[in-house]
Design a protein around this ligand. Structure first.
Ligand code: FAD
Length: 473
């Protein structure tokens, strides 16, 4: 197994810093939108991973596709790395400037370009966040379902092929991105895809860029599918004696084809954190948090089926949240689980795993991982998009303790090894970044990784697009 080696875990690489001539050219072109202030660089040189901050040499705040293209052209002329920055919520060391270089912050590209409600599509600039999009289209009767726990940018979400709690019904960014505008490694602007629902025209470049983590180009506009707001929505929580019971219920829900919209697992540790953080009084016992979308009759039918399945597995105390306010409160608690858990151990960092397996192997995957975490004695918590076979067992570690870091890495490696043995993946939604480069080889195989490297070399011959991520080149 290609464990993350010390080399992978280190943030030191051969440096390709921004030379004075490039800095002068950037300042001339972008004025105050080019910053070398320490605080700005530090903010752009970290993410939510356990890695130490590794700042870029300069940051350019772009406001248009043309601005991104101009910045990339200047960087390419000096063979200097460029790292796209959305909201900085990624979890695998994606944003660290391991070779130095320029961060291109697209957060000011925050306009909706067009809302085409009749076609159920929208085109946004890359810096629009998922919450902003849903706020701005609220009156159209449509919504965009992909919801990573953080209020991430849609460019960043496309770049990491993100998903979230709704993916079990609505799919991930892979299924929901129709078209992109991309600035290539040479600073050219290309379009991929159209607003049509399907296409057989040539290679699927949209899907190539979705999930490429800024290593092939910088996304400046994204065209997305939208969905009509469901006629009826109902959310429920149900507690189980053991995690295994909640997982077995989930497996049956999916195998029976119940079109559940959200099916999330929280273990007792996660609930304890959320209770303290959000002042809730949820029972500190494994819980499924579920949501049903459809017609009134359809939602009722789904709920009855699920309730019967849960009862068979010891599920008790079904509580329904029918008003939007009650639902918002429950889902806000779920989305706060990450920061809530961090607060249970002051000063700690969270090493978040992200394995995803075929649904029939989920019980094996979770039960064995939890048993290993218990035996190791490191504080941990579990949440999961279990309807997709995807869960996050996160270790709360002291970043200054080499023993704790090594233990968490060992446990994480065991989980990945298990997921791959069960024909699953090392990452369901967070991506490879810096941390999982070795695991990509284990999962995809040397031949497939060589093909990825050939694509990377063809599209980015100078290796300037977020170098040192996804592939070891
Ligand atoms: C509390 C919490 C909960 C989370 N829950 C989930 C979850 O449920 N599901 C999930 O999928 N993820 C989750 N994440 C991870 C994270 O939110 C996603 O990876 C998200 O898609 C990152 O978006 P961002 O805008 O923050 O991107 P950034 O972190 O800024 O960047 C991520 C990567 O994408 C590249 N990038 C950013 N913008 C562009 C662009 N315009 N063009 C090209 N490349 C670009 C960057 O270079 C980097 O490699 C969670 C994170 C946190 C902190």
């Amino acid at each position: 197994m290609n464990t993350p080696t010390l080399e992978h875990l280190s943030t030191r690489r051969e440096q390709r810093p921004v030379p004075p001539a490039l800095l002068a050219a950037l300042r001339e072109r972008f004025g105050e939108r080019c910053s070398t202030a320490t605080a700005v660089r530090e903010q752009h040189g970290r993410d939510e991973s356990t890695y130490p901050m590794t700042p870029p040499d300069a940051v350019v705040f772009c406001e248009s596709t043309e601005c991104v293209a101009a910045a990339v052209k200047l960087a390419a002329a000096h063979a200097v790395p460029v790292i796209a920055y959305g909201t900085g919520s990624s979890l695998e060391g994606h944003l660290l400037a391991v070779h130095g270089g320029l961060s291109i912050d697209v957060s000011r590209m925050a306009a909706l370009v067009s809302v085409d409600a009749d076609d159920l599509t929208v085109t946004v600039q890359a810096g629009v966040t998922r919450e902003q999009l849903n706020r701005e289209i609220k009156d159209s009767g449509l919504f965009f379902p992909i919801d990573p726990g953080a209020n991430a940018s849609l460019g960043g979400m496309a770049a990491t092929r993100a998903s979230g709690t709704n993916a079990v019904r609505y799919g991930t960014m892979r299924e929901n991105v129709l078209a992109l505008t991309v600035v290539t490694a040479s600073g050219e602007v290309i379009r991929t895809g159209t607003r049509a629902k399907k296409s057989s025209a040539g290679y699927d470049l949209t899907r190539l860029f979705v999930g490429s983590e800024g290593t092939l180009g910088i996304i400046t506009e994204v065209t997305l599918r939208l969905y009509p707001l469901p006629e009826a929505v109902s959310a429920a929580i149900c507690h189980f004696p053991r995690i295994a019971d909640a997982v077995d219920t989930t497996i049956q829900i999916i195998q029976m084809g119940v079109p559940i919209a959200r099916c999330e697992l929280l273990d007792a540790h996660a609930i304890r954190g959320v209770n303290r953080y959000a002042g809730l009084t949820l029972r500190e016992q494994p819980m499924l948090l579920m949501e049903f979308h459809g017609s009134e009759a359809g939602v009722k039918e789904q709920a009855e089926t699920v309730q019967a399945l849960a009862r068979e597995h010891g599920g008790a105390d079904f509580e329904w949240a029918r008003t939007p306010e009650e639902r918002t409160r429950l889902w806000a608690a779920r989305h706060k689980a990450y920061f809530a858990s961090l607060q249970t151990r002051p000063g700690c960092r969270s090493l978040s795993t992200d394995t995803c397996v075929p649904i029939s192997r989920l019980a094996e995957s979770i039960n064995e991982s939890v048993a290993e975490a218990e035996a190791a004695g490191l504080p941990y918590w579990v949440v999961g998009h279990v309807g997709d076979g995807n869960f996050h067992l996160s270790y709360l570690l002291d970043p200054n303790s080499p023993t704790e870091v090594a233990t968490a890495e060992r446990l994480s490696q065991q989980m990945v090894r298990r997921a791959i043995r069960l024909q699953g993946t090392c990452t369901g939604e967070h991506g490879i970044g810096l941390h999982k480069i070795g695991y990509l080889v284990d999962e995809a195989g040397a031949g497939a990784v060589e093909m990825m490297k050939s694509i990377k070399r063809a599209l980015d011959p100078l290796n300037i697009m977020n170098p040192g991520k996804v592939l070891a080149l």
